[in-house]
Design a protein. Structure first.
Length: 78
């Protein structure tokens, strides 16, 4: 919220059924302050509940900070 992130776009690059669980992975990006694009990768485990797939586990990784506070904290200069 503090980063004013918007336009989150996820691209699934792999999806595999493992019994009752679907394992999904891919890449994403989001816009920060309307002009900075931050990208990363994600991994999810989905489970079917009442005929709907729901996220059971979500892990994401990104190589750069999203907020100014993160930039200062990790000394990235962003």
């Amino acid at each position: 919220m503090k980063a004013k992130a918007s336009d989150i776009v996820a691209t699934v690059t792999t999806a595999v059924m493992r019994g009752p669980v679907m394992v999904v992975g891919g890449d994403y990006y989001l816009l920060v302050d309307k002009d900075k694009k931050v990208s990363g990768h994600f991994f999810q485990e989905l489970r079917k509940e009442n005929d709907a797939w729901k996220i059971h586990l979500h892990v994401f990784a990104r190589s750069e900070p999203v907020t100014t506070m993160e930039s200062q904290q990790y000394h990235t200069g962003g």
